[in-house]
Write a protein that binds this ligand. Structure first.
Ligand code: DC
Length: 221
């Protein structure tokens, strides 16, 4: 087993920014598991499956071959051989990912892929169930969270910088709904693993969060 760092937490807590930064600093591989659920969601949307049709999701998810690769140090996710990185960051795909990820067949398929990736390499993996379910033996586990208003503000700034007009209250409402969906599902809901360190990034800079996690890695070694 490689050295495994698991970072879980709600949408918008800064998991991917932090995980990417740590992976770069330590020379580890960054695995964004949300991107895999998003690629699966894109497939389901293309196949016109609705999030309420759980049997259809179970059948259809078997047709989706999801894999990841790396280009210039960035994770690229492939859906049946097609690079879908540019298509999975929309609200529509994110909402479908949250709605279809409770399906046990979807989870089984993607969790196996994630476990295989972590078997032989040093990885920083982020998601919702990494410390609790995917990598229960990870040497370092972090539960990264932030106040929902702060998370909404970060998302608002990101979108505004891209020239997308949006409304802060609507974004916060969406974030709270996504949290509820991810935390209350039956199979591997989002929660802090017993042995995870809680990091609240509401009033921390990205560097401060990264330094705290690297500190946990150093004290383990
Ligand atoms: O982190 P993200 O926003 O890209 O994730 C999209 C959705 O995928 C999230 O709302 C729930 C699901 N997901 C999951 O169930 N388990 C993971 N390990 C990662 C994401």
């Amino acid at each position: 087993m490689g050295f495994n760092i698991a970072i879980d937490g709600p949408a918008g807590a800064g998991k991917s920014t932090i995980a990417k930064m740590i992976a770069k600093k330590l020379g580890y591989i960054y695995v964004d598991t949300g991107a895999m659920y998003r690629a699966m969601a894109l497939y389901l949307l293309r196949e016109k499956v609705s999030s309420a049709e759980s049997e259809k999701i179970s059948a259809k998810c078997k047709e989706a071959d999801i894999s990841i690769g790396y280009e210039d140090g960035e994770q690229v996710v492939f859906l049946n051989g097609e690079n879908v990185n540019g298509l999975i960051r929309t609200e529509e795909v994110g909402n479908m990912a949250s709605a279809s990820s409770p399906n046990p067949d979807v989870r089984k398929k993607l969790v196996e892929l994630q476990q295989k990736l972590a078997e032989s390499a040093d990885v920083v993996m982020d998601g919702r169930d990494i410390g609790t379910c995917v990598l229960p033996n990870a040497q370092v586990k972090v539960y990264l969270t932030a106040d929902s208003r702060v998370r909404a503000e970060r998302r608002y700034e990101e979108l505004t910088a891209k020239g997308v007009s949006c409304d802060l209250d609507t974004i916060e409402k969406d974030i709270i709904e996504r949290d509820r969906q991810d935390m209350t599902r039956e199979i591997s809901p989002l929660m802090q693993a017993e042995d995870a360190t809680l990091v609240d990034s509401s009033y921390m800079t990205i560097d401060e969060v990264a330094d705290e996690i690297i500190g946990l890695v150093s004290s383990w070694k």
